[in-house]
Design a protein around this ligand. Sequence first.
Ligand code: UD1
Length: 420
Amino acid sequence: MDSIRIRGGRPLSGEIPIGGAKNAALPLMAAGLLTEQRLVLSNVPRLADIKTMGALLSQHGIAVEKQDNAGRVLSLGGSITNTEAPYDIVRQMRASFLVLGPLMARVGEARVSLPGGCEIGARPVDLHIKGLEQMGARFDLQGGYIDGRVDGRLRGAKIVFPFVSVGATENLLMAASLAEGRTVLANAAREPEIGDLAVCLVAMGAQIEGIGSDTLTIEGVPALHGAEHSIIPDRIETGSYACAAAISGGSVFLRHARLEHLGATIRVMREAGVEVTEGDGGVMVRRLNGLHGADVMTEPYPGFPTDMQAQFMAMLSVAEGASMVTETIFENRFMHVPELNRMGARINVHGSSAIVRGVPSLSGAPVMASDLRASLSLILAGLAAKGETVVNRVYHLDRGYEAVEQKLAACGADIERVSR
Ligand code: UD1
């Protein structure tokens, strides 16, 4: 299994291209199930999760074709010939569950494996299922699979989410686009990736109001048509490399990054003493002096993203003073803490909060990545640490970050992938 070896202590300097957002691309690919015609997506990131979603769609009968050599433009289309999403694929990637809404809306039946728990928590899917039930679907649980059926078309409904869920909002938004009548999704998630999905659905003929707000009103239409859509840049990849510039004491231009998607991330960055400015076609991140501690609490967008928590923790571990990091979205998202502590960080976890007492420097060590964002947090720590760090189990990394070692090496990091 591959690992990443880093020799720390070099300030980064240069430019990093930011790719299309993984968390926008996955629901957009699932939206390919909503029409017989071609959906052409561009700015698709080259990631393991995208391949997994491609494989899932193919076995539903959708032709997934690369329209360029790099695989950044994908064309999806075709008839649905199989409505089962098998355990083998769903267990690899929870976002597979996003096929449920489109399958129910388009063909009135679906058999989708329940995802189960994952490294960062239990992550149930009850909101997805309850919402579809309100729209007339019936579900049975059999052998770990959820079997769904609806007589005729799904029917519009008023769905009030008891708390904010990105995936449930996306599943129901897609389902509602083809339902009969009006659906209102209240307390909907407002992440930019949902806005991107809604914009694409509108281009496919959906009628959606309230895009970007917490109330989405959808007038269902009988059929959607093909469209072309370019995926927004990845705000989590952007924030992660901003942390890399900051922790290494360097300056990096993040090409294609969009400042307007980065509100809370940038606010905390600036509080920690990092300069962030909008440039021509991207965002410039520069650390001029030392880092200061800052408090972070994860919240649904526009709050601070849970997907940035581990990377900030690495950065704050070498900041002057203490920081409090509180995780409110996932109950088990501190798996990176013991690994950072092995590198000399001083972090104590109390329930859903962690106190990070800044240390002057970290020291390199072999460490183990537990999930996608934790992997990047350990790479960040490695960039700042004295000596050599080896991050093991990097298959998590390849699910969500494209060419990390090339992007960092191009800015002067001493980093390489070691294959065994
Ligand atoms: C998405 C993102 C993930 C990000 C997360 C929160 C994708 C592919 N993944 O995941 O990177 O960390 O949003 O920003 O976009 N919950 C329930 N019942 C449900 C659904 C969710 O209890 O039916 C809970 C979850 O366990 C979690 C919280 O709600 O505690 C938020 O989860 P949700 O927003 O649904 O996350 P995902 O869509 O799975």
